[in-house]
Structure formats: structure tokens, C-alpha cells
Design a protein around this ligand. Structure first.
Ligand SMILES: Nc1ncnc2c1ncn2[C@@H]1O[C@H](COP(=O)(O)OP(=O)(O)OP(=O)(O)O)[C@@H](O)[C@H]1O
Length: 230
């Protein structure tokens, strides 16, 4: 569903992605793990089109999208939940959800998506700023899903969230994957979270995918040391 070849991108004259190669198949959950500053967020931003690629190919669902504006990529089915969640704090939960489908023609997906997130249904009139970190993360995910993405890119969904809620978010994503057949590209630093969800784990180092490991290998200190120096 997603094929990335020799992707380069950066900020001004500074190259951060140095030839990323990766692919994600329909229905797969692929985790990306790497130290701070290795280019994980830069990769997702270049895939959604917030940051232009300076070279390389991004094929999504059969189309070459590297030259497309981010709005067109979203309409084509690429969903993005950025780091820090980026919900609108002054808008209510319902208004935040409506923003997720503002550009999309056709009937609203909000009732269906609320069916998958019953807890949000009780908070519809609450401002985004009145939600806990975990609730904001769920709202950011639900807002992405009302755009009916085929592939969802998540940037560190567990960041700043207490452990019990992290487990709840992992369970929610696993359920959504089953129920909606979602394909997920997941950037994370939380090893247990990646292990719980991913089919494959890619390691990013200095702007390249340097290795692929099985989720179960995240429990092996020798593997972590070899690939991440942990
Ligand atoms: N807007 C920007 N302008 C210039 N440099 C940037 C910008 N955003 C990120 N960088 C630099 O690009 C490099 C990669 O950053 P990126 O955010 O992609 O890393 P990351 O792997 O996601 O790390 P983190 O876990 O800290 O978010 C870092 O050296 C960072 O300082």
C-alpha cells in the first residue's frame, strides 16, 4: 500500500532523511523505532506532505504522491496523527471531530467513529483543553479516522501519557485494526507499545532504515544493544 524508495528530505540545506526505503502492506502495522533526532517525525511529515521530499519516490495506493500537496494526500487516504496530538484546545470534542472531515465530501463518518469510541460520546460538548492527555490522544485518533484514512501514521501516541492509559490506547488500536482493517505506520519510543501492536519493527538511524527486527526481539537485550545501543 505504501512504498518509499530512496527518500531524502530535510530543513534548508540540512539533509535529515538520507535515502529511506520502506514498504507497508495493506492491513499491516509497521513500527519505527529510533533515538531522538534520527528523523522519525521528519519522515512522517515528508510522507504527509508538510515537508517536501528533495529526492525519492512515495507510492501510495498505486499513485506516485511525492509531488502532491498534503491536502490531496489526505483525501487519497493517508491519515496523520502528529506528535503532541495537535487537537484544537478551544473547540469542543464535536467541533474537533468535524474539523477532521471538513474537506471530505459525502456523508459524515462521525456517528460511526463515535461507535468505536464510546467514551468520546459523553464528552462531545467539552472543550479540547478540558480533556486529559489520554482523552486528547483518543480524540486526535478519532478526528483522523473521520477522514476515512486507508493508512494511519501515528507519531509517538504514548508520549506524556500515563501507563494505564497507554495500555488502553494499545487495546483501542488493536481493536480498530481488527474492526476497520486499518493499516498503521507507528513511530514510537515505548518498546512494549510497539511490541503489542506491530507486525514488523524498523530501526531508523541517521535518516535511514538500518535494520528490521521482529517485535518479540524487542525483549532481547543483545538485539537492543546491537541496533539501538540500549
Ligand atoms: N523545523 C526544523 N528545522 C530545522 N531542523 C529541524 C526541524 N525539525 C527537526 N529538525 C532537526 O531534524 C532532526 C530530526 O528531527 P526529527 O524530529 O525528525 O527526529 P525524531 O527522530 O522524530 O526525534 P524526536 O523523537 O525527538 O521527535 C533533528 O536533528 C532536529 O533537530
Amino acid at each position: 500500500m505504501l512504498e518509499i524508495r530512496a527518500l531524502r528530505a530535510g530543513y534548508g540545506a540540512i539533509n535529515i532523511l538520507n535515502g529511506v526505503e520502506l514498504s507497508v502492506a495493506q492491513g499491516e502495522v509497521v513500527g519505527i523505532l529510533g533515538h531522538n533526532g534520527m528523523g522519525k517525525t521528519t519522515l512522517l511529515r515528508s510522507l504527509i506532505g508538510e515537508l517536501p521530499a528533495s529526492a525519492g519516490e512515495i507510492r501510495f495506493d498505486g499513485a506516485e504522491i511525492a509531488g502532491w500537496q498534503s491536502h490531496r494526500r489526505s483525501l487519497a487516504g493517508l491519515g496523520y496523527v502528529p506528535q503532541g496530538r495537535a487537537i484544537f484546545p478551544d473547540l469542543t470534542v464535536l467541533e474537533n471531530l468535524r474539523m477532521g472531515e471538513a474537506m471530505r465530501p459525502g456523508p459524515s463518518a462521525i456517528p460511526e467513529i463515535l461507535g468505536h469510541f464510546p467514551a468520546l460520546g459523553d464528552l462531545l460538548n467539552r472543550p479540547g483543553s478540558g480533556l486529559s492527555g489520554g482523552q486528547q490522544q483518543i480524540l486526535a485518533l478519532a478526528r483522523c479516522l473521520v477522514g476515512r484514512p486507508k493508512l494511519v501514521m501515528l507519531d509517538e501516541p504514548t508520549e506524556g501519557i500515563q501507563p494505564s492509559i497507554v495500555e488502553e490506547i494499545a487495546a483501542t488500536l488493536a481493536r480498530l485494526r481488527r474492526e476497520l482493517g486499518l493499516t498503521i505506520l507507528l513511530v514510537e519510543q515505548d518498546l512494549r507499545f510497539i511490541e503489542a501492536l506491530a507486525d514488523r519493527v524498523l530501526i531508523i538511524q541517521k535518516g535511514r532504515i538500518s535494520a528490521e527486527i521482529a517485535p518479540s526481539e524487542l525483549r532481547r537485550p543483545d538485539i537492543l544493544e546491537a541496533h539501538l545501543g540500549l
